[in-house]
Design a protein around this ligand. Sequence first.
Ligand code: SAH
Length: 361
Amino acid sequence: MTRLKERLARMIAAAGPIGIADYMAACLFDPVDGYYTTREPFGAEGDFTTAPEISQMFGELVAVWCVGAWEALGRPAPFCLAEIGPGRGTLMQDMMRTIARLSPDMLRAAEVAMVEASPHLAAVQERTLADAPKRPSWLERPQDLPRLPLVVVANELFDAIPLRQYVMGSKIWHERMVGLDEAGDLAFVAGPGAPPPGAVPPGPAPAPGTVLEVAPARAAMMDVLCERIAADGGAGLFIDYGYTGPAYGDTLQALRRHEYDPVLANPGEADLTAHVDFGALAEAAHGHGLAARLLDQGEFLMRMGLAERASALGRNAPAERRERLQSEVDRLARPEAMGTLFKVLAVARPGAELPGFSSAD
Ligand code: SAH
């Protein structure tokens, strides 16, 4: 049993079942035993690999987008270049290197801010960016970002923000909770509580056992960022795996050493995430009068010049390097890899011409 599991079991025995959001928050962010607060989960040695850790080209092409967005916004100076949930700091490292090359003016105008909830990961990011062309500041919450035009990016942030689950019973919805079975082990149980009416997909009631996910904390994060963009100007790029809801389905998953792990098996020692409902994020953007446009990651990266960048890096390089670049392109962009499951949501005031996104997207 993990130490966090013992603590949760004791707490549930004393005070009753907890919601999935509280379980997720404890697993990921418990100050003593949480996954992001105590570990460095990324890469071949860790539990999962993210796009910036797969290839430097990912951050370079996100930077190409940011430069184009900053130009389209009228080159605001000063402005805030922010990343939310930066993991090891690799994406911002690749971005700053690229922005320094493509647009020194933009780099000069930027106040770079890293928003990170885990002090442990913030320290890792500081080490990664020790030699970066601009020194970022670190903030714990997006509310603390400076009031400036905002160019903000986040990769695999929203999948790590806790969500709630509801299960259809024989007639009514129940909230899915984490309780204890007869042996005292963690188990899913049905609690009182129904989903907010707007979250249920239209149509007849679904079959018993159907799961519905609702993520108020994700909408709240998006709300803060969109309020800033609406009020102070700017643009946001949010990359994650997910779908366009409302839709039914249980997408909560635990990953440990690159393998799926039962969700309740090893709290604090496995990454715990759920697919992102981009429909709900777009709705939050619309609530602030912003336009929200969605592309598959593969399509987005191709439009930003993935193929050209790979051949530029491979020019005059040994065959082995060229093969590695090709395999990185394949992982990031092919439909059977990350190309279509991962999606890119761009938000800005209506009428802003964001690179790669035509108004038809
Ligand atoms: N973007 C990185 C890491 C993704 S993992 C990459 O692509 O490799 C999720 C990251 O989001 C971690 O750094 C985690 O600590 C952070 N995070 C999760 N919830 C957060 C919140 N509410 N505020 C700020 N950071 C958060």
